[in-house]
Design a protein around this ligand. Structure first.
Ligand code: CA2
Length: 153
């Protein structure tokens, strides 16, 4: 009998390592470490572990997503700028076929037109956009609700 792992993969894409150091008017003052702690604590309350990855290299993110196939139940992802450009990232998320929560700190729909399209949007079960860093916690909770049958995917 196979059991669903109680682990999530948290993916943060390019430049999100700079959170809290620049552009606080857009992204706030919390750091990537704060984001990872928030998601870890939110998931832990529901009995889930979190494995966190941030990279500025697309291939590293793809490998982490592939690795999640065997030991994670779902993926919380802020793909950063790759949201708007990367068929490769979308293909990796489709290939592993785990439920996905897409998060954006800023309200991308209110920014430049090139940020309005997301290659991830239609394959994600959860979307949280423009709620700042706390949006990661809501995305995590909504994803866990889907995984545990408390919500429709
Ligand atoms: O709002 C978001 O979360 C974004 O995914 C952030 C991306 C941007 O390209 C997307 O359109 C929206 C950019 C991440 C860069 O993060 C920085 C954080 C602090 C300072 C500089 C960049």
């Amino acid at each position: 009998m196979t059991t669903t792992p109680r682990r999530l993969l948290l993916v943060n894409g390019p430049n999100l390592n700079l959170l809290g150091t620049r552009e606080p008017d857009i992204y706030g003052s919390e750091t990537l470490a704060d984001v990872e702690a928030l998601v870890t604590e939110t998931a832990a309350r529901a009995g889930f572990e979190v494995r966190a990855v941030q990279s500025n290299h697309e291939g590293v993110l793809i490998d982490a997503i592939h690795d999640a196939r065997t030991d994670c139940a779902g993926i919380v992802i802020n793909p950063g700028g790759l949201t708007h450009t990367s068929v490769v990232l979308r293909d990796a998320l489709s290939a592993v076929a785990l439920p996905v929560a897409e998060v954006h700190i800023s309200d991308v729909s209110a920014r430049e037109p090139f940020r309005h399209h997301s290659y991830v949007r239609d394959i994600a079960a959860v979307h949280v956009v423009g709620e700042g860093v706390p949006g990661y916690a809501r995305a995590t909770t909504l994803l866990i609700d889907i995984l545990t049958g408390r919500a429709e995917g």
